[in-house]
Design a protein around this ligand. Structure first.
Ligand SMILES: Cc1cc2nc3c(=O)[nH]c(=O)nc-3n(C[C@H](O)[C@H](O)[C@H](O)COP(=O)(O)O)c2cc1C
Ligand code: FES
Length: 593
């Protein structure tokens, strides 16, 4: 048996949900029982919990490394551990049938990982692990040999743009803040992450919290801040717990507190829990929330870099932005600027979801095309259905249709087709998705999350939603399309903050690319994708119906009749289009049109 064995168990939120804790415990017991001494810290066999490596659908993922050879297993359950230990670890014979397949490797091969590089490799609760992958080396370099201005220049030359949505150049923003003369300045990490479906920032913190903290300390040094806050939603308990652990470890090692690394620089870090309001991710609302006020935005300027928390110059940066700082310092601005496109440097972490085979968390070089993301990394559409669109940028973004599938993904590219990068959400839609319904889904979200301070957003999102609802319920009128368009533009142009300014994007982009679907709902009273139930007619194909009675039993309003073993019928006057019969039928006998 080799002397160097490592077992890594996925323990991000996804891994834990799939049973990671139990798998970890089973390994601990089996390894001890097998006589590999104390598995917790034993020098021969290290048992590690690691953060998310992006492919949560295959959890619990387990890596077993013997010497230089790593094998990755998928869908591991507690009861499978005994065999893994007996065969792979003790007999050095991997259990072939449980290994990940080729698609797991292709999923990772096309990615370029900077921020996610150590996720899935290091124990997020061990500062020693972080130090082993050159953790805090960038901080030591900055404090030991760089002036604040040269740190700012480095980040500006790297071309790093904020990953939280607006894409403003981080180095330039830091420069504005540094130029202010003030005894007190602040740096805030925005870990509010309110977009539905987004989990980039949570995963980064859960998998490598020290990377975010190191970026914050460097940023604080660059702008001259001595106090920082991490604003994180309370619904992220694992991330909060790992941050707390990392902060106390960093303090103990002298990377936080007074006289950091003997440089005389002082910096404290606090965690502020948010209550989970989407608008609190907007920077001025976030500041109000930390100050104890209601989380409502205010007009800008003044920008926080000049007048922020408690009226003092404040830098607010996204989690991913901050996690990118140390690699840039370590490897140099030219290295970073060499990745990506002319205007969008580096990589972007994306939450890839929707009707795609390999959903997960990915990191791509800017400029990779949508097609490469959907087909090469994502493995294509589920059940080989037709690709329809990609929705990018969360509720603030738009839908990009098939004709733009070769579009390179960067800030300008997405903007040019009426969408945006946002914080990096990407939802793949197929032929079974109704675009009017998708627009309605996002409007429902923004309407509920509008803080109500400004009229265009408060009233406008409500009216937009009413019109969309009307259309999906078959009550749409010819004038509605014109009304939707002008109202959407008005809300976009006159709202107070980014929430209202971007809320109409899903409407505007679907109207542009999928107008025919709106028209079908209004003119023919049909939903082409078969989603909007009010517009569907259900019927039973006599030649397919075996008279099993499943549909009859599933129907909540007794609209189905028929004798056993004879074809059934639906009374469309009674039918409420709930779709229960469609779901219940095992013989494809129920059709909807
Ligand atoms: C409604 C709304 C919600 C936002 N939510 C977030 C968020 O959850 N996380 C984030 O980093 N930025 C969010 N932003 C963007 C921030 O206001 C801000 O631009 C960003 O945190 C700046 O950091 P960056 O320069 O590193 O991107 C949001 C903006 C708006 C308008
Ligand atoms: S909540 Fe910001 S514009 Fe309405």
């Amino acid at each position: 048996m080799s002397s160097n064995i490592t077992v890594n168990v996925c323990m991000g939120t996804g891994g834990i949900a799939a049973g990671g804790v139990q798998v970890m415990e089973a390994f601990r017991e089996e390894l001890s029982a097998a006589g590999i001494a104390d598995a917790r810290v034993e020098k021969n066999c290290k048992l590690h919990k690691v953060g998310c490596r992006g492919f949560c659908a295959r959890d619990v993922l387990v890596d077993i490394t013997i010497g230089e050879q790593t094998s990755t297993y998928q869908y591991i359950e507690e009861k499978m551990v005994k065999r893994l230990v007996a065969e792979h670890i003790l007999a050095a014979k991997p259990v072939e049938e449980w290994l990940v397949g080729e698609d797991y490797h292709t999923f990772h091969e096309k990615q370029e990982k900077i921020v996610l590089a150590d996720l899935g490799k290091i124990d997020p609760e061990s500062i020693e692990d972080y130090l082993q992958v050159d953790g805090y080396e960038a901080l030591k370099k900055v404090l030991g040999s760089m002036q604040p201005q040269s740190v700012i220049d480095t980040i500006r030359d790297a071309g790093l743009r904020g990953r939280g949505g607006a894409g403003f150049l981080t180095g330039v923003k830091w420069g504005f803040c540094a130029a202010n003369q003030s005894e007190q300045k602040y740096i805030i990490c925005n870990a509010d992450e309110g977009d539905p479906g987004a989990f980039m920032d949570r995963s980064i913190i859960e998998g490598n919290p020290h990377a975010v903290i190191e970026g914050m300390i460097i940023g604080a040094y660059a702008i001259g801040a001595t106090l920082g806050y991490i604003y994180i939603r309370a619904e992220y308990p694992l991330a909060v717990q790992r941050l707390k652990t990392a902060i106390s470890q960093a303090k103990e090692k002298g990377y936080l507190g007074s006289n950091i690394c003997g440089s005389g620089f002082e910096f404290e870090l606090k965690i502020k829990l948010g209550a989970g309001a989407f608008v609190c991710g907007e920077e001025t609302a976030l500041i109000a929330s930390i100050e104890g006020e209601r989380g409502m935005p205010r007009a800008k300027p003044p920008f926080p870099a000049n007048k922020g928390l408690w009226g003092k110059p404040t830098i607010i940066n996204n989690v991913e932005t901050l996690a990118t700082i140390a690699p840039i310092i370590n490897k140099g601005p030219e290295w970073f600027a060499g990745i990506g496109t002319e205007t969008s440097k580096g990589t972007k972490v994306i939450a890839l979801t929707g009707k795609i085979r390999n959903t997960g968390l990915i990191e791509i070089p800017m400029g990779m095309t949508l097609k490469e993301i959907v087909y090469d990394i994502g493995g294509g559409i589920e059940e080989d259905r037709l690709f329809k669109a990609v929705q990018t940028g969360g509720p603030s973004g738009g839908c990009i249709p098939q004709q733009h599938i070769d579009l390179p993904v960067d800030y300008e590219g997405l903007h040019s087709v009426g969408s945006m990068m946002g914080s990096g959400g990407m939802v793949v839609l197929d032929e079974t998705d109704c675009m009017v319904n998708i627009a309605k889904f996002f409007l429902q979200f923004t309407k509920e999350e509008s803080c109500g301070k400004c009229t265009p957003c408060r009233v406008g999102t409500k009216r937009l939603l009413e019109i969309l609802t009307r259309i999906t319920e078959g009550e749409g009128k010819k004038e509605d399309l014109e009304l939707l368009q002008t109202l959407a533009e008005d809300v976009r142009d006159s709202s107070l903050c980014g929430l209202g300014m971007s809320a109409p994007n899903p409407v505007i982009s679907t109207l542009k690319y999928f107008r025919h679907e709106y028209e079908a709902h209004i003119n023919q009273k049909k939903c082409p994708a078969g989603v909007c139930s009010a517009l569907l007619t259900f019927f039973i194909r006599e030649d397919h119906c075996v008279g099993c009675g499943m549909c009859l039993r599933a129907c909540p309003v007794d609209a189905i009749s028929g004798e056993k073993k004879k074809a059934h019928k639906i009374d469309n006057k009674l039918c409420i289009q709930c779709g229960s019969c469609f779901d219940a039928c095992k013989f494809n006998a129920v059709l909807k049109e």
